[in-house]
Write a protein that binds this ligand. Structure first.
Ligand code: SF4
Ligand code: SF4
Length: 139
């Protein structure tokens, strides 16, 4: 009987202590947690701030190194350089390993700290070039 009362008191004191501590949950989406500096989230394609041109030189190294083969590139020739016409990343297969960012010789593709990738349809898991450029705005 005494043991049961002791356990009851311990239980209530734990509950009471927790009531006085700061909650660890947040009211998403009104509140958003800031990911760490090293967080690898959704990809972005960067443009040159001076000229506004895409930094990508269509070398295809990112697609070649990707371990899950989830980058699809279609390139073409412009007058003075190669450009990408299609740059798709299938997030359903991406490991967020960051190898595409590491291998890129001109720092065109980067992983941002964006983490909101929920969607309703499977087709929406593919990021297209326009999405990637939008993610890269101001970077
Ligand atoms: S983060 Fe890794 S898995 Fe995802 S696209 Fe880049 S190389 Fe591929
Ligand atoms: S994003 Fe970088 S690695 Fe990928 S094709 Fe463009 S320049 Fe090459």
């Amino acid at each position: 009987m005494i043991a049961a009362i002791r356990e009851l008191v311990r239980g209530f004191s734990l509950t009471f202590r927790q009531m006085l501590t700061k909650p660890i949950t947040i009211q998403y989406p009104e509140e958003r947690r800031e990911p760490s500096e090293r967080y690898r989230g959704l990809h972005a394609l960067r443009t040159d701030p001076g000229t506004g041109r895409e930094r990508c030189i269509a070398c295809c190294l990112c697609a070649r190194i990707c371990p899950s083969q989830c980058i699809r590139l279609v390139t073409s020739e412009e007058e003075d350089r190669k450009v990408i016409d299609i740059y798709d990343i299938d997030l359903g297969h991406c490991l967020f390993c960051g190898l595409c960012e590491e291998v890129c010789p001109v720092e065109a593709v980067v992983l941002t700290r964006r983490y909101e990738a929920a969607c309703y349809r499977r087709s929406e898991t593919i990021l297209h070039k326009q999405d990637l450029l939008r993610h890269g705005e101001g970077r």
